[in-house]
Design a protein around this ligand. Sequence first.
Ligand SMILES: [Zn+2]
Ligand SMILES: [Zn+2]
Length: 177
Amino acid sequence: MKSKHQEHARKDWDTYFMDIAYMVSTRSRCHRRHVGAVLVQGKKLLGTAYNGAPMGIEDCEEAGCMISEEYELVLNDQGAEQMVKKQRCIRTIHAEQNLLLFTDRIDREGSTVYVTDQPCWTCANMLANSGINEIVFHRPYLKDDQKVRHLMKQAGIIFRSLNMYEPPEHAAMDIKQ
Ligand SMILES: [Zn+2]
Ligand SMILES: [Zn+2]
């Protein structure tokens, strides 16, 4: 018979797969953000990926991040439009996109993606066309939040965040915004 302690210590599936996504994210060498993603069909792990430069190409650790600056129109607290300068690293292929490159369409039909960070607009757009039917994420990415949620609704994809989840120790980096 299992002790009470063992019962309590057993991880639920969401925690189990998100823990794996975080462990995968530690492979990333982009100093701005470590992202991990896993593909799950039923309870079977079908693929893992993290953000990184293409194979054989120098990565952020070797060549530095490739920073792209762009301006975005946002509404401030008073409801007025304001131009805000944003920076992002474009050297890496995002974890979700790598996951799509390394898995087969037939495996993805009806599957779930666990990803450490809320997908950006481009990744969400690609995931919406990838056959998956659920995305589970942990850290919010507010920049694209509204348009991504609207897209998920239209695409009929379940979009969940794990609010109470805590990543494994040392697996989650501090994010530079
Ligand atoms: Zn980088
Ligand atoms: Zn992305």
